[in-house]
Ligand binder design. Sequence first.
Ligand code: SF4
Length: 342
Amino acid sequence: MIKPFVPQLVYIEPRALEYPRGVELKEKFEKMGLEIRETTSHNQVRNIPGKNHLQQYRTAKSTLVVGVRKTLEFDSSKPSAEYAIPLATGCMGHCHYCYLQTTMGSKPYIRTYVNVDEILEQAKDYMEERAPEITRFEASCTSDIVGIDHLTHSLKSAIEFFGQTDIGRLRFVTKFHHVDHLLDAKHNGKTRFRFSINADYVIKNFEPGTSPLDKRIEAAVKVAKAGYPLGFIVAPIYIHEGWQEGYKTLFEKLDASLPADVRDDITFEMIQHRFTKPAKRVIQKNYPKTKLELNEEERRYKWGRYGIGKYIYQKDQEQELRDTLEDYVDHYFPTAKVEYFT
Ligand code: SF4
């Protein structure tokens, strides 16, 4: 049983206090008795305590910076959505394979943004540009937003904002089960609530600091009962001894837990394990004892954006993974939709 995240250390940027949300968070954290430091900008959060890299890295991952999002230009977020909506960055989880290790570089702390209204206004502009087409926004590209939302409620505000629109959809994925405050949000079916799931072996070995699978599934049932469209991301799909059985057990558990009345509109997204050369270096630095297989020779190289290619499974392995997992979906959830396998 993993407890809801409580930061070890909180930094507040002065500009954040110009927003009601910033003031509320400051008061809340004071009442919780947390250590709060002021900083002029998040780039100045340098003196994170710790004797060496590993200690500082761990402290940073449980440090929350309350700030203002300055860049209001959204990145694209293929294949799951048109845009990434930036409500927070960073995550307190310790998944060995997590790509945030490379994208967050030397600043792995968590930032939450208090100018949520400005971010949502920007989302509205993007929607209007594409109208009458539906525009989808992914809220978990740069963090596990659900994992911190019991403290900040910015995701809840976004859910209710999209609940009021006809041409916008929100989606996000999580490995945390602390969803209770989101059950009464007025989502109007416009938000797809997804959970990241995996075979036991992967969760046990590579996902420390996240909720156990059973808790994620329980939370999935709760949000589906609250009327949210539900989805699952199986990622990273990882070849290990007995993987076929491991993933089968996963689908059996899902099948045993999801009631019939929430199965009509479930989506599955599937992402095979991949890594880049820079990611490999960072993973080995942050998790020196990891068992994660990162052997370039065993993989297939796929050219990527910005000249940084990734290492994915060989074609025949990829096909076998795909066929096996799609068969499980067909068998256990014949009315579900597999959105993509990548
Ligand atoms: Fe990364 Fe998600 Fe794990 Fe957080 S929960 S460390 S965002 S993979």
